[in-house]
Every structure is written in structure tokens, then in C-alpha cells.
Design a protein around this ligand. Structure first.
Ligand code: SF4
Length: 207
């Protein structure tokens, strides 16, 4: 049997009202799976699947054509984990979440980085347990850093900035990720990085 080199990619239906997939999207994914292949559902609103490396460009193009978003797997910024936007697209800032995701998802970082967004203080997107958490409060945004969901030393992130406009939010989150990319040690989790890094560097990246 001919050996086919495969790569793992992460796929989801993009940011919308809940983590949903249409029948067309499911059929398109299934097209590239054989009887023994498995689809892995992660805790981060992504599906992992393996596709032939030499056909990755055309397969991703086909996935995109049915509204599937594709991301790299490994030490990258994950696609934004969001709440279900139950109070409405504009009220909960879905366009802002989409733009933030477009700017940061897939960027290379020292260790897998999880960023979560939630449209109101009820916090269904669990922003405080993520590396970087964003919470929309009325018309503006709060940012939390250093949450840790796993382990018996799990902890909530610290509120570092409040009342940001969308543009301020993009700049701040991109600045923090850029600092982590430059100053983080190889495979250093974000919560350790935030505890280790000089406060002045962190404050500079937030300003
Ligand atoms: S965080 Fe708020 S707006 Fe978003 S799904 Fe939960 S209750 Fe609805």
C-alpha cells in the first residue's frame, strides 16, 4: 500500500451562534476520512483530523468554501473560544470576536495559547480560566491574563485592563501575544510566563 504522509489540522465552523456544523460541512470533512479514520473533538471548539500533506492546500480551500475554518495544531494561538452570543450578534460583540480571531489565531507561540471571549459578565466562554480572557461589559472590554483551567493548581486569571474599545482590545491582545512570542521560553506555558516576566515589560506591552 502506498504511504501517504499526513498532517493534523484543526477545523471548526468559525465564530457564530454556538459551535455548530452544517450537514454540508460534515459531508465535506467525511470526504477526506477513510473507514478507520477518527475525528477528535477537543475541549476548545475544534475538531482535529489528518489530511494528506501534499493535498493540504486544495483540501483547506475546499473546507473554506463551505465555511469551515482551518488552523494549525501545536504551539500556536488557538482559534478564539467564545460563548454562544445568546443576547445577539451586536449586543455581544460578535464582529469584535471575529476580528480578534482573525488577527491572532494560528500565530506561533512558545506553547499552545488559549484565548477566550465572552459577550457578557455571565461568562459562558470561560474567559477567566483561559490564558487570555476577554469579557464584554456593556460597550467595552475587560482583559484577564494567566488563567489556568487544568491541574490541582487551577486558578482564575487576573484582571489587567478594563473598559477597552475594540481597537484598544486588538492592540493589547496582539501586544501581549507578541511579547510572549519574543520573550517566552520554549514550551513555557503562558501562566508561567506571566508570573516570570518583568512587570515593566508586561505593562509596556499593554500600553
Ligand atoms: S456570556 Fe452572556 S451573552 Fe454570552 S452566551 Fe453566556 S449569557 Fe449569553
Amino acid at each position: 500500500m502506498e504511504y501517504v504522509k499526513k498532517i493534523k489540522i484543526a477545523v471548526n465552523g468559525g465564530i457564530g451562534f454556538g459551535s455548530k456544523l452544517s450537514s454540508k460541512q460534515l459531508v465535506t470533512i467525511a470526504k477526506y476520512m477513510s473507514d478507520n479514520d477518527e475525528l477528535e473533538l477537543t475541549t476548545f471548539q475544534q475538531l482535529y483530523l489528518e489530511i494528506p500533506e501534499e493535498k493540504q492546500v486544495e483540501i483547506i480551500k475546499e473546507f473554506n468554501s463551505v465555511g469551515l475554518e482551518c488552523y494549525p495544531v501545536g504551539n500556536y494561538v488557538k482559534s478564539l473560544k467564545t460563548c454562544n452570543f445568546c443576547k445577539g450578534e451586536e449586543e455581544e460583540g460578535m464582529p469584535v470576536a471575529k476580528e480578534l480571531n482573525r488577527r491572532i489565531a494560528g500565530k506561533a507561540v512558545p506553547f499552545t495559547l488559549k484565548v477566550a471571549y465572552t459577550g457578557c459578565p455571565i461568562g459562558c466562554g470561560e474567559p477567566m480560566l483561559s490564558d487570555i480572557g476577554v469579557m464584554k461589559i456593556r460597550d467595552n472590554f475587560n482583559v484577564y491574563l494567566g488563567g489556568k483551567a487544568k491541574g490541582n493548581d487551577a486558578k482564575v486569571g487576573s484582571l489587567v485592563l478594563e473598559n477597552l474599545t475594540p481597537d484598544e482590545l486588538y492592540r493589547v491582545v496582539e501586544g501581549i501575544i507578541s511579547l510572549y512570542s519574543q520573550e517566552g521560553k520554549k514550551r513555557e506555558p503562558f501562566f508561567k510566563f506571566v508570573n516570570r516576566i518583568d512587570n515593566s515589560l508586561l505593562i509596556n506591552s499593554l500600553s
